[in-house]
Design a protein around this ligand. Structure first.
Ligand code: AGP
Length: 607
């Protein structure tokens, strides 16, 4: 939810910290702050985005080779300078940045206040600084260790003490934290995007680990002070992938990356001659997977809509009963899971707290867990027993686009992988593979129609409400299209099963309440056509997403965006593209901050 960065080494820390914060802004950006140790402590905070902090420190001689910084997405306490991190103890000697939630902070705060500690903020994080002060007897590492024993909740944190120059401590439990090993120092950050300009060599901290830094040396310990050997990983993502490549926004760049993302998601994973999928991350668990008789999928937001599509395809093509649940609901229901159940998490960031918590609970019940995750080495990737990476590069825009189409693609691969172990014929497998291989060029074709979609956005960008409708495989696309529009343009939008329109939502429809209707020529086309008529009969405007060559539909609706013909199960990968572009252009026309919409964060790492 927040982004944290720390640096210790030979270089000046300021430019490294500011650059790291900018790379992490997508994690949350309602306030930011920095603290640098150079004998004295220099600390500055600001409300708003990182450029507000830069303005504040412009011209100030901020120097020191040890520093910490933070960009915040408020959970406890409104966005303000007082609540911005870094936070310090009563004497201004101990400085911390924190990402996560301290669940027992009120109790700790009350006890510390009774002991005379004075708090400057409403945040939960500040209790960490005062607890370390309470336990500090000249050894920062020991004081941090004792502090961690008192707090309940999720945290990644970085700490330094004025009286211990050249030393820094970091700790992780439940929120991500990664070390970047550069030639001239070490960067600690919430994720690799803040590190990649300095180094590609990284170490991911696991829950329960503490990193202790002394100048350029470091060691990693568990909470019992036992030293741990850790593997260094090399990040392949080039910095260029993080840049916008000439697009106005990351969201547009990522929409246009989708043809290549499908290619990357499929790369090395198809065996056309056998009509099968090859998923290296599942190879060690083929026996487990062959015995699955039901699949529980857990995810949030866009990932949940992708998993709803997975429900249909796994049942239709792999004869596996599947249920897609929103992770924050899954966790609180009595789950009838048995040893032949598998729990599958879908997550782009691999850090979504509710999804991670659902996986941890399934692991605790010895249920087999697997993941479809985009971020290598992320918490969910490491918590699941097996999985498949998307391999689509970082998704920076808060609004998820390329992750959705990649998730549906990989769910298709999983369906193929499991289906061919069960009753799926070679011919069906070959047909699916053939259609999968056409998708990149088909998406390219839709993207070439960008101007038509922009024209339609110009017709409708002033409306206040929008309905999205679809059936079967395209009902989740209606939900996703509505989410895209509302999250980037702030226009109210709602997705419906088109068969449900007459059970209530039709009351909403009039000439000021337009509808997107996803109506490819599939097994439910005729049913959808009736629903389109019902809307038109009430004066509702309809924009149809239809199959190329369908001349019937254009006689009935107000606008048509055509998509190429493909297998019904694959239409969502095509029908969602116009909806992504429509949402993007409507948001731009309304002057929204497309990549960082208000109130939202890219990775929701708190429950
Ligand atoms: C989608 O556009 C949103 N940004 C949000 O719903 C997102 O899909 C959800 O938070 C899940 O994120 P994850 O895939 O990283 O777990």
């Amino acid at each position: 939810m927040c982004g944290i960065v720390g640096y210790i080494g030979k270089k000046e820390s300021l430019p490294i910290l500011i650059d790291g914060l900018k790379r992490l802004e997508y994690r949350g950006y309602d306030s930011a702050g920095i603290a640098i140790q150079n004998g004295a402590i220099q600390n500055y905070k600001s409300v708003g985005k990182i450029d507000q902090l830069e303005k504040k420190i412009k011209g100030i001689d901020l120097f020191g080779n040890l520093g910490i910084a933070h960009t915040r997405w408020a959970t406890h306490g409104a966005p303000s300078e007082e609540n911005a991190h870094p936070h310090c103890d009563c004497e201004g000697k101990i400085w911390i940045v924190h990402n996560g939630i301290i669940e027992n902070y009120q109790k700790i705060k009350e006890e510390l206040q009774i002991e005379g500690h004075v708090f400057a903020s409403e945040t939960d994080s500040e209790v960490v600084a005062h607890l370390i002060e309470k336990f500090y007897k000249g050894n920062l590492l020991e004081a941090v260790r004792l502090t961690l024993g008192e707090i309940i909740g999720a945290y990644s944190l970085v700490v330094f003490h004025k009286d211990e120059p050249g030393k820094m401590v970091a700790a992780k439990k439940g929120s991500p934290l990664v070390l970047g090993l550069a030639d001239d120092g070490i960067i600690v950050a919430s994720d690799v995007t803040a590190i990649i300009r300095q180094t590609r060599n990284v170490i991911y901290l696991e829950d329960g680990e503490i990193a202790f830094f002394e100048n350029e040396n470091f060691k990693i310990l568990n909470f019992n002070n036992e030293e741990k050997e850790k593997e260094t990983q090399k990040i392949e993502w080039s910095l260029e992938e993080l840049e916008k490549k000439g697009y106005s926004h990351f969201m547009l760049k990522e929409i246009f990356e989708q043809p290549n993302c499908i290619i990357d998601s499929l790369r090395g994973r198809l065996i056309p001659s056998e009509g099968k999928a090859k998923l290296g991350g599942l190879d060690d668990d083929v026996k487990n997977l062959s015995e699955i008789d039901n699949l529980a999928m857990v995810s949030c937001g866009t990932a949940h809509y992708a998993s709803l599509i997975g429900e249909y395809m796994l049942e239709e093509y792999a004869d596996i009963p599947s249920k897609a649940s929103v992770a924050s609901e899954f966790r609180y229901r009595k789950q009838l899971l048995n040893k032949n159940t598998a729990v599958l998490a879908l997550s782009q960031s691999g850090e979504t707290a509710d999804t991670l918590a659902a996986i941890v609970e399934a692991n605790d019940k010895n249920i087999f867990t697997l993941g479809i995750v985009n971020t290598v080495g992320s918490s969910i990737a490491r918590a699941t027993k097996a999985g498949v990476y998307n391999h689509i590069g970082p998704e920076i825009a808060v609004a998820s686009t390329k992750a959705f189409t990649s998730q549906v693609t990989i769910l298709t691969l999983l369906t193929l992988f499991l289906g061919r172990m069960k009753n799926m014929s070679l011919a069906t497998g070959e047909r699916i593979i053939k259609e999968l291989n056409k998708l990149p060029s088909q998406i390219e074709k839709i993207l070439k129609n960008e101007d038509e979609i922009k024209r339609i956005a110009q017709k409708y960008y002033k409306v206040s409400n929008f309905a999205f409708l679809g059936r079967k495989y395209n009902y989740p696309v209606a939900l996703e299209g509505a989410l895209k529009l509302k999250e980037v343009s702030y226009i109210h939008a709602e997705g419906f099963e088109s068969g449900e329109i007459k059970h209530g939502p039709l009351a909403l429809i009039d000439e000021n309440f337009p509808s997107f209707f996803i109506i490819p020529q599939d097994s439910v086309y005729e049913k959808n056509l009736s629903n389109v008529q019902e809307i038109k009969a009430r004066g509702g405007k309809v924009i149809a997403i239809a199959t190329e060559g369908d001349e019937e539909i254009e006689k009935i609706v107000d606008d048509v965006i055509y998509i190429p013909k493909t297998l019904e199960m694959l239409t969502p990968i095509l029908s969602v593209i116009p909806l992504q572009l429509f949402a993007y252009y409507v948001a731009c026309l309304n002057g929204r901050d497309v990549d960082k919409p208000r109130n939202l964060a890219k990775s929701v790492t708190v429950e």
